[in-house]
Design a protein around this ligand. Sequence first.
Ligand code: UD1
Ligand code: MG
Length: 460
Amino acid sequence: MSALEVTGRIWQTSAMSTEDAASPTIVILAAGQGTRMQSRLPKVMHPLAGRPMIRHVVATAEALAPGRILVVVGPEMDSVRATVAPHTAVEQRERLGTGHAVRTALEAAEVTAGPVLILFGDVPLVPAAVLERLLAAGAQGLAVLGFDAADPGSYGRLVLDTTGALSAIVEAKDADAATLALRLCNAGMMAADASLLRRWLQDLTANNAQGEYYLTDVVALAREDGHAVAVIRCPEADVVGINTRAQLAAAEGILQARLRAAAMAGGATLIDPASVWFSWDTKLGRDVLVQPSVLFGPGVEIGDGVEIRAFSHLEGCIVAEGAIIGPFARLRPGTRIGSAAHVGNFVELKATDLGDGAKANHLSYLGDASIGARANIGAGTITCNYDGFRKSRTVIGADAFIGSNTALVAPVSIGDGALVAAGATITRNVPADAVAVARADQEVRQGAAARFRERRKKKE
Ligand code: UD1
Ligand code: MG
């Protein structure tokens, strides 16, 4: 490969910080197109638990106190570059294989010494503790991560010699029947000394079924060079690779199982854990009770003792201690629910502050609103926050009472302790402690219904 052009375009947004020779350079490979996803989105941008796959890998890399993180991206992968910022992105112009990708990164960023850890953007669930073991084993030579696959499929196979040491990795497409029968597989990740790795990478050839420069071939080259190659083993669930939508769903399942376990270990009760879906950053206090079929989108923080009843959907919101949410509630971004407040069935809040002890129990839309403590929002209250051009705010004071089926046409404010009679369309501010009635007067015509029926009967 030495004759090849490997100079990758480099976007360096982070300062170089390789002074500490012991801190590893982490290279994350993400230039593959992911054609098997059948998607316009680069594979590593597909979300898992509410954030792009590549962000999971970057977060794990960050947890390892690296000197720097280099992410290898393909051409036209601006979204990936933006997502991994402020880390350095290196463009691999032609996707000539995993070995070529690593070489491109190390040369573009001029990494010549110290430990290197190679991660894959499409293997997002590997725990930092596993990678620490890999780094410790490979920092001075070479170590690879392996696992026993239930179904080895298209994974590379780890071929051991008679002493049990690793002699080579053979890609499935290049393997004979005996090699394909091996269950010990390559997870893809490796740790190595930078200067040795650069030497081996230069000696790679593309004489294989896919015509690619395989990273996996450095194992045989290291052996020829007189280096033993360590194998660190881990459970299969830690290293699931994502090449298809079915594998994406399987990885989501593994991640959700971890998030549910962590929620319960932290003191939350999940009545039916399998039906509760978390985001990577969901924060639950102690003694939170989550009923079945609840979904947490990104950016949710739940205080102690909160009860979230069945079929609720929450994202980008903060719920203070002791509140009761649902069943069938929807909390949208920018919502803050005060302590001991109640949000009941078919109530939607967006960018709204619901004060401590306030209640909105039935069938309401509350958007761009600020609602005082202990206010009572009657069934069917709607904040009309949008006039077709812009959004306006509604302010409701503490202890106010909004009667059922009220339309609050924003911008409008209801003072502390004010009372709005049911069925109102409120277009002007209501002062504190006032009563606002805004509906047509009721007319009662004695006996009119009976007379009406008589007339109809005569006509028939
Ligand atoms: C790779 C390994 C295989 C291992 C499997 C684990 C090689 C040759 N094979 O196969 O042994 O069992 O992962 O999941 O390493 N990429 C680039 N540039 C390229 C090619 C790939 O950045 O030119 C990136 C991809 O975006 C991906 C990663 O490298 O994130 C792995 O590439 P992929 O094509 O998925 O390799 P596998 O066939 O899965
Ligand atoms: Mg893969």
